[in-house]
Design a protein around this ligand. Structure first.
Ligand code: SAH
Ligand code: SF4
Ligand code: F3S
Length: 439
């Protein structure tokens, strides 16, 4: 038998791309490819790309430029572009970058083996359809090797919300939910392979409707799987937080006390221009209800500053919202005009002003994140150990609140959940000691 060909995948963008990359590696496994972490030994390099902001999309073209010498050295090397840039600019990539052999959009990677057969015959292949069939169902079953204790599980894809700034409805298509039975099967399989925690993924995960009781129904069913100890989900839209899901945050023990609930802006005027279809008061009321169900819930969010038409007052409203809500963690971005979106037609805020606002918001969010972390010192939390740390004898895991925690602990504890007393808060992580040992 000939030696397996080597596949190197580079993943950009959101967690959904991380999940997709894993599944693409599985699909290409069926065509005789084995993954490698070393780009230089690859026979095939696949860039799984993101189109969300201009910078993200540009990275793809600069990476392709860097790959040219590799291809010059090794003419048989195949180069593929997958993901959201492939979807949005597939034909242009093919035109601009003759070194690209394959372009595959996020909804068609189950067709990879066929596309690769073409590519192997020297014919460039492009597929950016939105097919009827479920790409996940047409992929080989996940193979059985052991894996780390945490996994992503895509339950819903696409978005029907059409926020005025966002490309996702165009790159990922309309909202589609995967049927609950298939997800339960996949989750059981993951648990057999060593997974203790799943994060359910969707561009609008709380709009999931593959279960007759929605996302909460799926979470409750998942919570009955023995060995699956933790459930998370991301990303949610405020308008889709239904009562059952809010309630589950207070009553489902396996559902972790962490919620990513982007609001984007604190100004009603801007929210309206963004087509978010909710006001800042709606958001405050929602947060109050979720915190009533789960008082220790850690909130996370996304913000865009410098959206077209944003005034000083609008920005002050965003700062005020952040002060009032209090985030444990958050992401903030300078608005980036995306081709084809309604907001791209509007006049932009002065870039220097937008940048200054971003700095101010990030300073506030960083302070909140630091305060939240510091408040953990002295507390006991549960940590799921994921891997060895950089220091000898040290493991790294995540607390229920998704804080990274470094603890001196034996390797056998990887994949287990242990009570840990937090002793120190440093930049972006916590340190602690096993509570059972010190008790
Ligand atoms: N579906 C998720 C978010 C998807 S994109 C949601 O609705 O919350 C992730 C984040 O990128 C968004 O929440 C937004 O804050 C940011 N983003 C999206 N489009 C952007 C743009 N054109 N410019 C700057 N940031 C953007
Ligand atoms: Fe984009 Fe809005 Fe859909 Fe989120 S809800 S993916 S921001 S269009
Ligand atoms: Fe980027 Fe596509 Fe995700 S645009 S954020 S990779 S859905």
């Amino acid at each position: 038998m000939s030696a397996p060909k080597k596949l190197f995948i580079k993943t950009y963008g959101c967690q959904m791309n991380v999940y997709d990359s894993e599944r693409m590696a599985e699909a290409l496994g069926a065509s005789g490819y084995e993954e490698t972490g070393d780009m230089t030994e690859a026979d095939m390099i696949l860039l799984n790309t993101c189109h969300i902001r201009e910078k993200a999309a540009e990275k793809v073209y600069s990476e392709l430029g860097r790959l040219r010498p590799l291809k010059d050295d090794k003419p048989d090397l195949k180069i593929g572009v997958a993901g959201c840039v492939a979807q949005a600019e597939g034909e242009e990539i093919m035109r601009r970058q003759p070194l690209v052999d394959l372009v595959v959009g996020p909804q068609t990677y189950h067709r990879l083996p066929d596309l690769m057969a073409k590519v192997d015959q020297g014919v460039p292949a492009l597929d950016t359809d939105f097919p009827e069939e479920d790409k996940f169902e047409h992929l080989p079953k996940r193979p059985l090797p052991k894996r780390g204790p945490t996994a992503f599980l895509t339950v819903q894809e696409g978005c029907d919300k059409f926020c005025a700034f966002c490309v996702v409805p165009y790159t990922r298509g309309a909202e589609v939910s995967r049927p609950a039975e298939r997800l339960l099967r996949e989750a059981r399989d993951l648990v057999e392979r060593g997974v203790r925690e799943v994060t359910l993924l969707g561009q609008n995960v709380n709009a999931y409707h593959g279960h007759d009781k929605g996302l909460a129904g799926l979470i409750w069913d998942l919570s009955e799987i023995d060995g699956l100890d933790r459930i998370r989900f991301t990303t949610s839209h405020p308008n889709d937080m239904d009562d059952a899901l809010i309630d589950a945050h207070g009553t489902c023990e396996k559902l972790m006390p962490y919620l990513h609930l982007p609001v984007q802006s604190g100004s009603d005027r801007i929210l309206k221009a963004m087509n978010r279809k909710h006001t800042r008061d709606d958001y405050f009321r929602l947060i109050d209800r979720i915190r009533a169900a789960r008082p220790d819930l850690m909130l996370s969010g996304d913000f865009i500053v410098g959206f077209p038409g944003e005034t000083d007052q609008d920005f002050a409203d965003t700062l005020d919202l952040v002060e009032r809500v209090g985030y444990g963690q958050a992401y903030s971005f300078r608005y980036s005009a995306r081709p084809g979106t309604p907001a791209a037609e509007k006049a932009e805020v002065d870039p220097a002003l937008a940048q200054a606002r971003l700095h101010e918001l990030q300073a506030l969010l960083t302070r909140q994140q630091r305060d939240t972390q510091d408040a953990m010192v002295g507390r006991q939390v549960n940590v799921l150990f994921e891997k060895q740390g950089r220091k000898d004898g040290q493991l790294i895991g995540k607390s229920d609140y998704l804080h990274a925690v470094h603890v001196t602990a034996p390797d056998q504890m990887i994949g287990t959940i242990q009570p840990v007393r937090i002793t120190e808060s440093v930049t972006n992580s916590l340190a602690g000691e096993l509570a059972a040992v010190t008790a």
